[in-house]
Design a protein around this ligand. Structure first.
Ligand code: ADP
Length: 245
């Protein structure tokens, strides 16, 4: 049996107070086993981004606990959380978020530099090779296509060998062919290297690359599907979006 890379226990996140208070997450309990690929879906405003942010230590739950590889995140200081984000989790965003003045290899090396470590050139070339961009190391983001930029972002997220890779709509800005390349890379990282991937997406085709799809509605888990194709995922999502508020 595999261990959980990350575990959320009764996690709630409320924003604001009084009448304007919003409950973005409502007692969510979820486990993400090591070496699995999970997609998180749900209608707009259902709490997907908040879930990702709380799981990755980018945001703090109002109550409940988040345990990443045996570390209770809610007990960490700001410095401890910053270190955890730098060294133990990786992030890929819809908008790539590469620094335009840096080359691909400098962008990839950045997390190690920020952690005060000297990035070995061999490691930078290794991860760029993994995402199929060994030949583009000296290119700047503007000299790369959207799909290539997202692959640089993926290499940057992997350079620290994170325990969990979080992806927030990683294919949202890509056409379906380049989106497919990025999803295939995520799948390979799980299958060949045993990495754990948690991905928010609104696209049933993207979600069908995952081992399971967890659905959120109004900040609560509302079922999940394992090994489902895009049609089944889309049908499930359509039912959720038709639920009365
Ligand atoms: P999703 O990613 O599924 O669209 P979010 O996690 O972004 O949903 O948001 C869930 C709910 O929490 C929404 O009602 C949203 O308006 C609210 N919310 C998110 N972030 C904040 C914030 N910083 N301040 C106030 N409300 C927020």
């Amino acid at each position: 049996m595999s261990d959980d890379a990350i575990r959320l226990c009764s996690v709630s996140r409320r924003y604001g107070t009084g009448e304007s208070a919003v409950t973005a997450l409502d007692e969510v309990s979820l486990a993400f086993p090591e070496g699995t690929f999970t997609a998180v879906m749900g209608p707009s405003g259902s709490g997907k981004s908040t879930l990702l942010q709380c799981a990755a230590g980018l945001d703090r739950p109002t109550s409940g606990s988040v345990v990443l590889g045996g570390t209770e995140l809610t007990g960490l200081s700001e410095t401890g959380l910053t270190r955890l984000r730098r060294e133990r989790v990786g992030f890929v965003f819809q908008a790539f978020n590469l620094l335009p003045s840096l080359t691909a290899e400098q962008n990839v090396a950045l997390p190690l530099r920020l952690a005060g470590r000297r990035p070995p050139g061999s490691r930078v070339r290794e991860v760029l090779g993994q995402v199929g961009l060994g030949e583009r190391a000296r290119h700047r983001p503007t000299e790369l296509s959207g799909g290539q930029q997202q692959r640089v972002a993926l290499a940057r997220a992997l350079i620290t060998r994170p325990e969990v890779l979080f992806a927030d709509e990683p294919t949202g800005a890509l056409d379906s062919r380049t989106g497919h390349e990025v999803l295939a890379l995520l799948r390979t990282m799980v299958d060949s290297e045993g990495r754990t991937v948690v991905m928010v997406t609104h696209d049933p085709v993207a979600a069908s690359w995952a081992d399971r799809v967890v659905f959120l509605v109004d900040g609560r888990v509302h079922g999940e599907l394992a090994g489902a194709g895009a049609d089944r995922v889309a049908a499930h999502l359509a039912r959720l979006e038709a639920l009365p508020c």
